[in-house]
Design a binder for this molecule. Sequence first.
Ligand SMILES: Nc1ncnc2c1ncn2[C@@H]1O[C@H](COP(=O)(O)OP(=O)(O)O)[C@@H](O)[C@H]1O
Ligand SMILES: [Mg+2]
Length: 80
Amino acid sequence: MTLTGAGGVGKTRLAVQVAAAVAENYGDGTWYVDLAPLTDQSWCRSPWPARWDCRDQPGRSPESALLQFVGGRHMLVVLE
Ligand SMILES: Nc1ncnc2c1ncn2[C@@H]1O[C@H](COP(=O)(O)OP(=O)(O)O)[C@@H](O)[C@H]1O
Ligand SMILES: [Mg+2]
């Protein structure tokens, strides 16, 4: 789901409230990820929670590591 609207209209507040209301349905947790600090294509590195195992590893791109971690789980992710 994508929430759109002018700044200050309440998108973040609504997203967090809804996420809190349904969080118990997600066995692998509910996460809030702030993408605002991103400035370039390193999107798969810095913003993700440290507990998500998407570190760089030999033979594994950050993108595939991220997809592998998220793809196998039942989790709710709020991207800000
Ligand atoms: N329904 C509401 N009632 C009272 N204050 C609200 C409501 N929705 C948002 N706000 C307040 O308005 C401000 C901006 O809300 P926010 O969710 O951050 O907007 P957005 O993410 O769309 O920029 C925040 O200070 C928030 O607490
Ligand atoms: Mg916001």
